[in-house]
Design a protein around this ligand. Structure first.
Ligand code: ZN
Length: 131
């Protein structure tokens, strides 16, 4: 019922573990950048225009950290599904996810049909970043 063979699972797992490490490093450096910008703001309280642009930059960095955190959560969820044996099965409809899709996006939790439906109901990320 599943098109995933041992070799595919092995390489997908290796990719997910590498991606997890990469996301952790990016989140850490992203948070450092946010901290650095915030303390620079505290030191330079006189230039209001500069303040505004720094705040904007902080928001962008926050959004990037947020996006990395989301991807990290997806990657970890995929690793958990690999452990419990549900990996490669759509979390919505329970049908096997196309192998081609998993190779392109190893953290995919849904088949293409369910993902399309899910995204249609989700708020586009660009709307939550801009206020
Ligand atoms: Zn599905």
């Amino acid at each position: 019922m599943n098109t995933l063979d041992k070799n595919s699972i092995h390489s997908l797992k290796a990719w997910l573990l590498a991606r997890e490490a990469e996301m952790l490093a990016e989140i850490e450096s992203g948070q450092k950048a946010v901290d650095a910008t915030t303390s620079a703001d505290i030191r330079e309280v006189n230039d209001l225009e500069d303040q505004a642009s720094k705040r904007e930059r902080t928001t962008v960095q926050d959004a990037e950290v947020q996006r990395d955190s989301n991807e990290l959560a997806d990657v970890r969820a995929a690793l958990a599904r690999l452990t419990d044996g549900s990996y490669g099965t759509c979390i919505d409809c329970g049908q096997p996810i196309e192998l081609q899709r998993l190779v392109a996006m190893p953290a995919a939790a849904r088949c293409i049909a369910c993902q399309t439906q899910f995204e249609a109901h989700a708020i586009p990320p660009s709307l939550t970043i801009r206020s």
